[in-house]
Design a protein around this ligand. Structure first.
Ligand SMILES: Nc1ncnc2c1ncn2[C@@H]1O[C@H](COP(=O)(O)OP(=O)(O)O)[C@@H](O)[C@H]1O
Ligand SMILES: [Mg+2]
Length: 282
């Protein structure tokens, strides 16, 4: 996988037109999960973490997933994020069945199209904010100059332009989560997956993080958010409830998913349908 470092936008051209690509296409759902089940086995025991889940998410949607602990939310996120494979069923990402692809192809699709945000931020403790955000670009093989330029841009976009050389311990929880969001955005993903992103944050900081996610979604980024807090789920126009590995309730997509392209700030759509981060801070 290579990066188009000559382009002014810095948008990756990797996968473009190649069989390895899972680039977004007009009218094709970002996510199409078809009768997916996931069974974890150890010896004689097995746990059905997902049972016959079907779900479609269109481009530009903001979907929350709620449910009790152990109901399969993280398992679903891991499948959606190509960190884990279903035991049965199909997962189509941007119109491509990804469940049966070889793992190196899956890794490059994940790196190119999916950004993750976790409850625990998952930042490298000894590395600066800038180095943390550069990491996905290291894996993607970007040049040093390109990494630096894009990571700075991503940090400015989440309002951390003044904190780039701070390490995680020198940042508040909310700032650490902003670094993690910048890291998730730095490859201009199609899809942002956030698993309990406000789980370690106080109410006010949670609101700040949700406002940032809403803003990114308003620019067209597809967001799937797991939370057990109803007031956090309420930020999402579409709400899904899980219970015992099953989809219990789906409020359905709003008639017009948020696809705003007018408001200026942090992220704009690139020519490949992915997102690139603008210079202007939020
Ligand atoms: N790697 C794993 N190995 C075995 N069992 C797992 C694994 N991950 C999750 N589980 C089990 O699958 C079920 C769903 O877990 P999970 O998806 O983490 O739920 P949630 O995120 O909703 O709390 C639970 O019973 C959990 O114990
Ligand atoms: Mg979980």
């Amino acid at each position: 996988m290579t990066l188009d470092t000559t382009s002014e936008t810095g948008v990756t051209s990797a996968n473009g037109g190649t069989p390895a690509g899972a680039a977004p296409r007009a009218g094709v759902p970002v996510i199409s999960v078809r009768r997916v089940s996931k069974v974890y086995r150890f010896g004689q025991t097995h746990v059905a973490a997902l049972r016959d889940v079907s779900l479609e998410i269109q481009r530009g949607e903001f979907v929350s997933i709620t449910g009790p602990s152990g109901s399969g939310k993280s398992t679903l996120m891991n499948v959606l994020g190509l960190l884990d494979r279903p035991t049965s069923g199909e997962y189509w990402l941007n119109g491509r069945e990804v469940g049966s692809l070889p793992s190196d192809t899956v890794a490059s699709i994940r790196n190119r199209h999916i950004g993750f945000v976790f409850q625990g931020f998952n930042l490298l403790a000894r590395a600066t904010a800038l180095a943390n955000v550069e990491l996905p670009l290291v894996y993607a093989g970007a040049s040093r100059a390109e990494r630096d330029r894009r990571a700075r841009r991503a940090l400015r976009a989440v309002g951390l332009g003044e904190r780039m050389s701070h390490k995680p311990t020198q940042l508040s929880g909310g700032q650490q989560q902003r670094v993690a969001i910048a890291r998730a955005l730095v490859n201009s993903p199609t899809l942002l997956l956030a698993d309990e992103p406000t789980g370690n944050l106080d109410t006010r900081t949670s609101e700040e993080i949700m406002t940032l996610l809403v803003r990114l979604n308003g620019l067209g980024l597809t967001v799937v958010l797991v939370t057990h807090e109803p007031d956090i789920a309420a930020y999402a126009p579409r709400q899904i409830a899980f219970r015992d590995g099953r989809l219990l309730h789906d409020s359905g997509a709003p008639i017009t998913p948020l696809m705003g392209e007018t408001a200026a700030p942090a992220v704009e759509r690139g020519p490949d349908g992915g997102f690139r981060i603008r210079e202007d801070p939020l």
